[in-house]
Design a protein around this ligand. Sequence first.
Ligand SMILES: [Zn+2]
Length: 293
Amino acid sequence: MRPIEIHPNVFLVDIGHFGEPGLGGAYILLAEEVALVDAGTSLAKDRVLGGLRELGIRKDQVKWIFLTHIHLDHAGGAGALVSELPNATVVVHPRGLKHLVDPSKLVASTKSAVGERFRFYGEAVPIPEERLHPATDGETFTLGSLQLQAIDSPGHAPHHLCFFAPEGGWLFTGDAVGLYIKGRLLPTTVPPSFDLGASLATLSRLESLAPKLLLFTHFGPGEPGLIQEYRKLLLSWVERVRRYKDLPEEEAVARIIAELEEEDWPVGPGVSGDWAMSVRGVLQYLHREEASG
Ligand SMILES: [Zn+2]
């Protein structure tokens, strides 16, 4: 399947996350040096390699795999890809690096968070340390005529980076600005480390870059005004969950999902598991907040 063209230099491979189109992707950046932004799960490897092939890119031309964060739907496939792409270096937040060298903890925590839906994530292959590059905030990578800047962007996770291409004003948002599924912005506030304060500070930082186009991993391009919209959505989402914070977790999840259904939010099979996780992530954040007084 040919990747979706967003710009002559930017393509999007649909990784078919959760077995559905339009839910998860990996970007291909075409410049003198070819790069991926996010890698998808290990189950997506053939789709990503197929996308490169469709664009006429040889495996040895891929120099970079930029990971927005280490969650398996973004980074799980990186290990499988580096063994196929001999010249690729994986760029990751310094706080995430050790979990790619030894992904056993990452895989175990995903299994416990997603339960039977782990079948959609796939295992992660360890990445040799010499193939990894920890990116500092503001570090700029030159891919020939294109530059890409790493932006520390905690909130969704403490090991989150966005990548900004100043030339085109493209901002690869990872999960920092939520999910943008079929024209609708949705919160992603998953355990164990969602942090509202950090998220809001990140959104302000991203706005200060004055991006012209947001590129969501989930899924595709969106207008820069979505950053402001996400700020409002996050605040109302956390307030919604706060009302149920003293209930047992599963009861809070069930009540909130019923509310969302009533209000016509998309709660179909592909995204319903994400809602449950996003409720749990906020509950954990609220309980941490409470414990710290
Ligand atoms: Zn994600």
